[in-house]
Write a protein that binds this ligand. Structure first.
Ligand code: FAD
Length: 486
């Protein structure tokens, strides 16, 4: 059998290992950490369990597909629920909105609480579905860097509709047009953060994201987000994939413009092809440093990063859902701070994710596991210790004001994840969550291809390359890579 080496066991690396193994390759995965999953991992602290990174799960059929491809019944290995409430939104003036999965109910909720016509919600979600149907075949399902993608029928149809698809407007401008109430504009602008972008700059085409959350659904794996990693890891192992942990690849070996293997701990390992799942920017700086550098791509602006406080909270707040947002009073200023001033506003939007709402054993009795996060700039050498101290104070005050509590007195354990540790734990350039930002309309074309045009037999998957960051796109990158390899 031919042999494939995969560098990194992020979710895309694991998915690629499954696909290549099913194509008959012998697959070896080298992972720098002691555990699989990269950003999609978990931490446990004194009786509390936290999903370390991603918390929002959309397009679960991408995971199911991998089980089906292996001839297995997905539900027997990986199970999830559709959330009845996608998110609970809170504002400083006491207003609250539950984003019900039932769109009619969500419409009634915003009509009753904000006077926003339910009809506007329905129309916005129809538009979102329209953009998704036109753009996903072009931008998500295939390599953008193969001629065939641009000459097929779907692509032709999409060019003709570019204006209607929002490429020339921003997400914020489009939302101001489709909603009356500024709180609804804010709520829908928030979807830009799902790939680390700025709603005041990112093209309105990103309004495809609400389609994923409302029309298709927001989901939660019954055993937590980390089960996405673990169930696929077990599937890969059952197919014969070998995982080598604590095995950092030091160099990709290239001979006569062909990738032939890797060096790990001073030892050479050879293969017929290589798939790199390490962040593309750091890969060129380290394991590909002798090769030609794609400077234009390497210099693209990165997405935002995150500051997370994993808090064990010794109280149950019945008003909180799995996903909760405590909105900033001045959203525009918040994004200016993140993307222009590279710092944090005094009034950041606070996201609280609590898996113990649906998975009781994630927290001790009468307690909750709070993953408390704000969006922050990626790492540009800021004085993070000072920034984090200040941010923590502002977050605690905001929670106290909105939830009418004294949260500090309820925190019994704490751990922090921030841009520097995101980079050191996953090799993500500048600690960005989603690779390049999508803050301009050319961003989709400025991601690295899923293959190297200079080095034969070298492929790329994961959040820093086409089609982009986030679990569903990472899984698609693995699919695109595997379809290229015949
Ligand atoms: P990564 O997870 O980046 O992993 C890469 C792996 O490669 C790591 O395990 C690393 O150790 C390994 N590696 C690197 N260099 C080497 C080397 N030289 N040798 C060997 N191994 C190496 N996405 C969502 O869909 N929903 C969300 O709600 C969401 N929220 C997020 C919140 C946070 C805090 C973070 C950090 C991310 C979030 N994301 C979310 C994004 C999502 O986590 C990522 O897009 C996705 O997990 C990236 O997967 P990947 O395959 O690119 O690999």
């Amino acid at each position: 059998n031919k042999k494939a080496i995969i560098i990194g066991s992020g979710i895309a690396g694991i998915a690629a290992s499954i696909r290549l193994s099913l194509k008959g390759y012998r697959v070896e995965v080298y992972e720098a950490n002691a555990y699989p999953g990269g950003k999609l991992s978990e931490i446990t602290l004194q009786g509390y369990r936290f999903d370390a990174g991603p918390s929002l799960f959309t397009l679960p059929e991408q995971v199911d597909d991998l089980f089906r491809l292996a001839g297995k019944q997905p539900r027997e290995h990986f199970d999830y629920i559709r959330l009845p409430v996608a998110c609970h939104y809170f504002w400083e003036d006491g207003k609250q909105i539950k984003a019900y999965a039932d769109i009619d109910r969500f419409g009634k909720e915003v009509e009753a609480k904000l006077g926003e016509p339910a009809e506007n919600i329905r129309k916005a979600l129809e538009k979102s579905a329209y953009i998704y149907d036109r753009l996903s075949p072009l931008f998500m399902q295939r390599s953008l860097h193969k001629f065939g993608t641009w000459t097929n029928k779907d692509a032709m149809k999409s060019y003709l509709k570019m204006g209607k698809l929002g490429i020339f407007s921003t997400m914020n401008r489009a939302n101001e047009k489709q909603f009356d109430h500024p709180k609804m504009v804010q709520l829908f602008n928030r979807y830009a953060t799902y790939n680390g972008s700025n709603p005041y700059e990112t093209p309105a085409t990103l309004n495809i994201i609400p389609h994923l959350e409302f029309n298709i659904g927001a989901f939660f794996p019954k055993k937590g987000m980390h089960d996405i990693t673990m169930s696929l890891y077990r599937l890969a192992e059952s197919l014969g994939v070998s995982f080598h942990m604590n095995a950092r690849v030091e160099e990709i070996l290239v001979q006569e413009k062909r990738a032939v293997g890797v060096i790990v701990n001073g030892t050479k390992h050879f293969a017929d092809l290589l798939v790199n799942n390490m962040d593309m920017v750091n890969a060129y700086k380290t394991i590909l440093k002798k090769e030609k550098q794609p400077r234009l791509l390497l210099n693209q602006t990165k997405s935002s990063s995150a500051l997370i406080f994993y808090w064990g909270i010794k109280k149950v707040f019945p008003e909180l859902e799995l996903h909760n947002i405590l909105f900033s009073e001045d959203y525009k200023t918040e994004f200016e701070h993140i993307f222009t001033h590279k710092t944090i506003s005094e009034d950041p939007t606070v996201y609280i994710n609590i898996t113990s709402v649906h998975k009781a054993d994630d927290a001790p009795k009468d307690s909750m596991n709070w993953f408390t996060m704000i969006n922050v700039p990626n790492n540009q050498g800021q004085d993070w210790d000072a920034v984090i101290r200040e941010a923590r104070k502002n977050i605690v005050n905001k929670i106290n004001r909105i939830l009418k509590t004294d949260i500090e007195s309820l925190i019994e354990v704490e751990e922090i994840l921030e841009p520097r540790t995101i980079e050191s734990k996953t090799s993500s350039a500048n600690g960005a969550l989603y690779g390049n930002s999508s803050n301009n309309r050319f961003a989709a074309f400025m991601r690295h291809a899923n293959f190297s045009s200079d080095i034969k037999n070298l492929y790329f998957c994961g959040g820093s390359v086409h089609p982009g960051g986030g679990i569903p796109l990472c899984l698609l990158s693995a699919k695109i890579v595997s379809e290229m390899i015949e």
